[in-house]
Design a protein around this ligand. Structure first.
Ligand SMILES: [Zn+2]
Length: 438
């Protein structure tokens, strides 16, 4: 449906006139889908198999969707991790002559993870950690130490499995595709779970783009909307590249109307006066069920909170695991409050908020009919999450019907301090007619 700009403005003007002269009819897009009090997204990182075999069935039994940020290189049939660049032997030889500095650091930090040992992978991760803490000279020194071991042949394969690697994981693309069809979000956590902040451009782009390409090929565009850069990175350079590839990142979002309280922050959701607060919490092993439930209660006591939970290990497998029993109790608690909570994927909540901010409403009243039209410039192939509308009705309306392209149905007329209203869903470029029924 297309409106010309001038007709649109004219219609709005006519509406304003009608509204003041007769009765108070107005429509708003509710803050959350379903006119709920707040939202929760349950996210899992690293594609640990117990998330899919233990946590997911619990959520399925309650009808709750989850977001799984998976390491695509672990899945059979995907682009694997690799170093892209000059001959590795040349780079290794240079490290004997030239100390690490800003001119060679990213190349060396990119290569070291692919020199063939798990100890070298660990060097990459530790170097990245130092770098992201701003300990630049320590990061350079650790690179020099690592390459010295490589040159001497003393770098080892250790028995320690880096937490995100999971040898028991046999989850296939066929399974992931079926999980997506069930309503879960399967999304990118890169190809190999690197420290993106210490990769050079070509290797960082490979980690982001290859992962996206495999998700697109094996699942579809719904799996390429949101992503999570490993280790919760908020590195500026990484964010700049990643936001060009993924419309939404759990790491950080560009919206100025969204307060982001990430896992490391001690700010409380009530301290922000922004329109929306995305409040990320990590239910680590030591965090009890009482505290986890209190997070849900906090969402219920505000109207602008989006709680984003970040789970890793489940039942003795993976980093900071939570037990099956805890998950059953916790998700059941959420479910018992579902009348006030919109529990949805990270992708769909992001889309809803953006749609709400970017959609204009036109309400026209004629006789016993109220026509509501929505208009947005967002791409309809991406932004199609139904928006929940609340339309206040003339006082004499006892019953109402909604008529859309999909048919006609009765709506429950409710009332609050502002008057009578109905709640219903329309697509961001949708239209509907409210009809008075006598
Ligand atoms: Zn991770």
């Amino acid at each position: 449906m297309k409106f010309s700009h001038s007709i649109w403005l004219l219609a709005l003007g006519a509406f304003a006139c009608t509204q003041t002269e007769t009765f108070q009819v107005s429509t708003e897009i509710t803050k959350w889908q379903g006119n709920k009090t707040g939202a929760i997204s349950v996210t899992y990182d690293d594609g640990i198999v117990n998330q899919l075999t233990i946590a997911k069935p619990i959520m399925d039994s309650l009808g709750l969707p989850a977001t799984f940020y998976i390491i695509t290189g672990k899945v059979e049939g995907s682009g694997k991790g690799k170093f892209i660049g000059r001959d590795p032997q040349e780079i290794i030889a240079e490290t004997a002559q030239t100390p690490t500095d800003s001119s060679n650091f990213f190349e060396r930090a990119s290569l070291i993870a692919f020199t063939g040992t798990s100890e070298a992978e660990d060097y990459h991760a530790r170097v990245g950690s130092l770098f992201e803490q701003g300990k630049i000279s320590e990061a350079y020194a650790l690179i020099d130490e690592g390459y010295e071991k490589i040159r001497k042949g003393t770098m080892k394969n250790t028995d320690d499995v880096v937490f995100h690697n999971n040898v028991e994981d046999t989850t296939s693309w066929d399974l992931y595709r079926s999980y997506s069809a069930q309503g879960h979000e399967i999304a990118s956590h890169t190809v190999t779970h690197p420290r993106l902040a210490v990769l050079d451009e070509i290797n960082m782009l490979y980690e982001l783009e290859q992962s996206k390409a495999d998700l697109l090929k094996n699942i579809g565009p719904e799996s390429t909307f949101s992503a999570e850069g490993p280790y919760g990175t908020e590195n500026e350079r990484v964010m700049e590249y990643a936001h060009k590839i993924y419309p939404s990142l759990r790491n950080r979002m560009p919206e100025e109307w969204l307060e982001e309280i990430n896992r490391g922050s001690s700010m409380t959701p009530g301290e922000s006066d922004k329109e929306y607060v995305q409040w990320q919490r990590g239910p680590l092993t030591k965090i009890g069920i009482g505290q986890m439930k209190a997070w849900v209660d906090t969402v219920l006591s505000h109207d602008n909170n989006w709680l984003v939970l970040v789970f890793h290990g489940v039942e003795n497998l993976g980093w900071e695991p939570k037990s099956r029993n805890e998950l059953v109790e916790y998700f059941s608690y959420m479910k018992s409050n579902e009348d006030k909570l919109w529990i949805s994927t990270f992708r769909d909540v992001t889309k809803y908020l953006r749609e709400r901010k970017a959609t204009q409403i036109q309400t026209e009243v004629s006789g016993d009919q109220i026509q509501v039209n929505l208009k947005t410039d967002l791409d309809p192939d991406v932004y199609f999450i139904p928006l929940t509308l609340k339309t206040y009705l003339p006082n004499e309306w006892g019953k109402a019907q909604l008529s859309t392209d999909d048919g006609t149905r009765d709506l429950e007329v409710q009332s609050d301090e502002k008057g009578k209203y109905v709640v219903y869903n329309l697509n961001p470029s949708g239209r509907g007619s409210l009809l008075k029924v006598n």
